[in-house]
Design a protein around this ligand. Structure first.
Ligand code: ADP
Ligand code: MG
Length: 454
């Protein structure tokens, strides 16, 4: 078994961190950390002093996680261990590369764990799941081309589209699937322009066409929002799309928002995005979060008591990536002290930084509470189905603010407000933005509410 190279990943992350964190802090807190290995998707870092460990875990948590995410597909978490505790890690299982296969550049190797079987289905993602299944069964079919999956970060967009890839490849290993991030598409397009201007007589343009049109049966572009504001790339994508589409080839996109919410986009491209099957993935409800923890723990043969599972699922309601991170952390702590996950105090200790960080966090609930408080109306009325005049304006304001602070999918906002549809949400939001542009008193009102929200 080959171990994933923790030193290399950490070295690359350090380069990112050095640019992000003030020099003095970087020298004191970050530079001395030593990578030890990788386990359960977490990189283990060793610190000499308890103080250093604490600071890194709290103050620089986000920076470090972001840096790791930017250099590695698979490391989603980090754990800091004190030098003096290191001996207890002796027989700790480090991840092997066979389990976590990185996507090599442009060659299609999907993450083998991203399968339909490993995808837990719940109310938040079942439509996306069934849409993905239908694409896997009938790629290029007229009803599901293109497939456009949208939703917030860490909710399973990449997983579900790679599941399509894994599924198709296991049935037809010769299928040529190109899976890329939208950034890569933009880079390739820019390269093709740059080389052409150096007068290679369209060679690289040929390369671009071969890569995206001739050599492809299925094209998957992840995180298409990165193409916002990039007119040239949008044109290139439009032509690529048409060409593939005419040849009956399946195209799949993901984005962090509904296509209508993408900004500075070419209209004809937007209408192509929506011409097939557009589905969203929302945040998982408690039941689904519990099922996800159970499934992951089961796969890793990790024993976890029901009350612990529920505790984690209740506390971590942001997204599935965080949920996995929390589980990894609990596993790590339990391994460290050699106990199964049945001690709630230990688990609380393991998840301290998660719980602290989410304590005062904004949510649809907290924003709606603030708006209801300001207008002295019941929150249940704001999110209820009734169309009473008194709550119409407060509701519109709550919708607007939720969109501004959290920008979840419109459908998710609609769902929260008594199952209204996304056009109602859009109407509310636009109405408030218009008022903000024309009505001074209204602006002050919104400012006061924002103060309440904090
Ligand atoms: P996104 O692309 O939307 O940001 P990912 O697809 O990367 O999110 O998912 C984040 C993590 O959560 C991945 O490890 C993925 O396997 C896991 N995950 C997401 N949805 C599910 C699900 N329904 N069941 C099990 N695991 C899931
Ligand atoms: Mg993704």
């Amino acid at each position: 078994m080959t171990e994933l190279n923790a030193s290399k990943i950490w070295q690359e992350a350090l380069e990112v961190l050095e640019r992000k964190i003030a020099t003095v802090s970087y020298e004191i807190w970050i530079k001395n950390l030593r990578p030890f290995g990788i386990s359960g998707g977490a990189i283990i870092l060793v610190a000499n002093l308890a103080n250093n460990k604490r600071t890194v875990e709290t103050t620089y948590k986000k920076e470090i996680k972001d840096a790791l995410a930017s250099v590695s597909e698979f490391i989603t978490e980090f754990v800091v261990v004190l030098e003096e505790d290191l001996s207890s890690l002796d027989d700790f299982k480090l991840d092997s590369i066979e389990e976590l296969q990185p996507l090599q550049e442009d060659i299609l190797l999907f993450n083998k764990l991203y399968t339909f079987d490993n995808f837990v289905i719940g109310g938040s993602n079942q439509i996306a799941y069934h849409a993905a299944k239908s694409v896997a069964e009938n790629p290029g079919g007229s009803f599901n081309n293109p497939l456009f999956v949208y939703g917030g970060v860490g909710l399973g967009k990449t997983h579900i589209i790679q599941a399509i890839g894994n599924n198709i490849l296991s049935a037809n290993p010769k299928t040529r699937i190109l899976y890329i991030n939208a950034n890569r598409f933009v880079d390739d397009f820019m390269d093709s322009l740059r080389d052409d201007s150096r007068n290679k007589q369209g060679e690289s343009n040929k390369k671009f066409r071969a890569k995206y049109r001739q050599n492809v049966d299925i094209l998957m572009i992840d995180d298409i929002q990165f193409i916002e504001n990039k007119g040239g790339s949008q044109d290139a994508l439009f032509h690529t799309f048409n060409d593939l589409y005419q040849h009956g080839k399946q195209i799949i996109f993901t984005a962090d928002r509904h296509p209508k919410e993408l900004k500075d986009m070419n209209d004809r491209l937007l209408s192509r995005f929506q011409s097939g099957l557009t589905v969203d993935i929302a945040k998982p409800d408690l039941e689904t979060r519990i099922a996800i923890i159970k499934k992951k723990a089961g796969k890793l043969k990790f024993k976890i008591a029901d009350n612990i599972t529920e505790f984690i699922a209740e506390k971590i309601n942001t997204n599935i990536r965080e949920l996995e991170g929390a589980l990894q952390k609990v596993m790590f702590y339990c391994n460290l002290v050699g106990k199964p996950a049945d001690d709630l105090d230990l688990v609380k200790e393991a998840l301290r930084d998660y719980i602290d960080a989410t304590a005062g966090e904004l949510s649809m609930d907290s924003i709606t509470d603030a708006v209801a408080g300001y207008f002295k109306v019941a929150k249940s009325e704001l999110i209820g189905k009734k169309k009473s005049k008194v709550v119409a304006e407060p509701r519109q304001i709550a919708i607007y603010l939720i969109h501004e602070y959290l920008s979840p999918p419109l459908a998710a906002i609609g769902e929260f407000f008594g199952g209204r549809d996304h056009t109602t949400v859009m109407y509310a939001r636009d109405k408030v933005s218009n008022l903000l542009e024309t009505d001074r008193t209204f602006v002050r009102k919104i400012d006061d509410i924002k103060e309440l929200i904090g």
